[in-house]
Design a binder for this molecule. Structure first.
Ligand code: UD2
Length: 263
C-alpha cells in the first residue's frame, strides 16, 4: 500500500527518488529540529543515538539537535562529538517512567512556544532507544507525518490497541481508526506539531483529572489526534523497525533499530 485512503503517500523503499527530492529541498533550505528526551538512565543511550543521527539523518540538511534532559551536566560529560548545533533543554525530574513519557508532549508544546518557532521550520521527535541504521532523508518531510507501528501493520482495525473506553480523551469508537501509529517517531511543520502536542497534552491533563490513564500512554492520545487530523504523509514500518521483529520480506530496508536498551 503506497497511498492512504485520503491520498497521503506511504513512504517505502522504492517509492521515491532521493536525488529529485534533494534538489527540491536544497532550493528551499529548510531548518530541521531533531528532538529527543534523555531523562534519568536514558542519558546512557544518547551517545549512540546522536552518533547514528550524525551518520544517517538528513545528511545535506540544516539540522539542530535538541536534547530534553533532567541532568544537563551528565549530558555535557558525554563529550559528544557532534558537528551540528546541540541545545540542551532542562526538564523536571519526573517521578517515574509514565510521567517522563507523558511529559514529552508538554515539553514539546512549551518549547515550541519559546524556542522552536524561532529556530526551525520542521520538528522531528524521536525516542532515545532508536539507532539509525540507514539514511533517513528529505523523503520523510511533510506537514504532519507519522509512522505505522511495525507490530500492527498487518492487523485488522479491531485488533489495533486504540483506547476504546469512552471515559478517556484518547477514545476512538470501534468503527473508526486508520493505521496504528507508533509515537516514538513523528514530525511536521512547527505549527502542526504545536497543535498536535498541545492537543495531546490537554487530553492527558483531562484524563489525569478524571483519574484515567489511556491504554498506551501518550501514544493513545497521539493516535486519537491522527484519526481526526489525518497525516499528510505516512512512513512505512521500515522507519521504526525493531530487530526483535525479524526480517519479513515486505521490509526492504531497516532504517532504524528501535528498542535495544542497554543501560
Ligand atoms: C513505549 C510504548 C510505545 C510508545 C513509547 C513512547 C509499550 C510496549 N511501548 O515504548 O508504544 O508509547 O513508549 O513513544 O508500551 N524516556 C526518558 N526517560 C525515562 C523514560 C522515557 O528519557 O525515564 C524517553 C526516552 O526518550 C525513551 C522514550 O521516552 O526512549 C520512551 O520510553 P521507552 O523507550 O521506555 O518506551 P518504549 O520504547 O518501551
Amino acid at each position: 500500500m503506497i497511498l492512504t485512503p485520503w491520498l497521503a503517500p506511504i513512504v517505502w523503499e522504492g517509492t521515491f527518488n532521493s536525488d529529485i527530492l534533494k534538489e527540491d529541498y536544497q532550493q528551499k533550505n529548510y531548518r530541521i529540529g531533531l528532538t529527543v528526551s534523555a531523562i534519568g538512565k536514558y542519558i546512557k543511550l544518547l551517545k549512540k543515538f546522536l552518533e547514528s543521527a550524525e551518520r544517517y539523518f538528513m545528511k545535506e540538511g540544516m539540522v539542530n539537535y535538541y536534547v530534553f534532559t533532567d541532568s544537563p551536566d551528565e549530558v555535557k560529560a558525554l563529550n559528544l562529538e557532534i558537528s551540528r548545533t546541540l541545545r540542551i533543554i532542562t526538564v523536571p525530574e519526573y517521578s517515574n517512567w509514565e510521567q517522563a513519557v507523558l511529559g514529552r508532549m508538554e515539553v514539546l508544546k512549551n518549547q515550541t512556544e519559546l524556542l522552536f518557532q524561532k529556530e526551525v521550520d520542521y520538528l522531528v521527535s524521536l525516542d532515545t532507544d532508536v539507532v539509525m541504521l540507514n539514511t533517513i532523508g528529505v523523503e520523510i518531510l511533510g506537514d504532519l507525518v507519522s509512522v505505522i507501528h511495525p507490530g500492527f501493520y498487518h492487523s485488522q482495525r479491531k485488533n489495533l490497541p486504540y483506547e476504546r473506553r469512552p471515559a478517556s480523551r484518547a477514545f476512538i469508537p470501534e468503527d473508526e481508526g486508520d493505521f496504528y501509529y507508533q509515537a516514538n517517531f513523528f514530525l511536521g511543520t512547527v505549527q502542526r506539531i504545536y497543535h498536535l502536542t498541545k492537543t495531546c497534552y490537554e487530553g492527558i491533563q483531562i484524563d489525569k483529572a478524571n483519574g484515567i490513564q489511556a491504554r498506551v500512554f501518550e501514544e493513545s492520545h497521539f493516535n486519537k489526534y491522527l484519526v481526526y487530523n489525518k497525516p499528510t504523509k505516512v512512513l512505512s514500518p521500515e522507519y521504526i523497525w525493531s530487530n526483535s521483529l525479524g526480517s519479513p520480506k515486505d521490509i526492504k530496508i531497516k532504517r532504524v533499530n528501535h528498542g535495544d536498551k542497554h543501560f
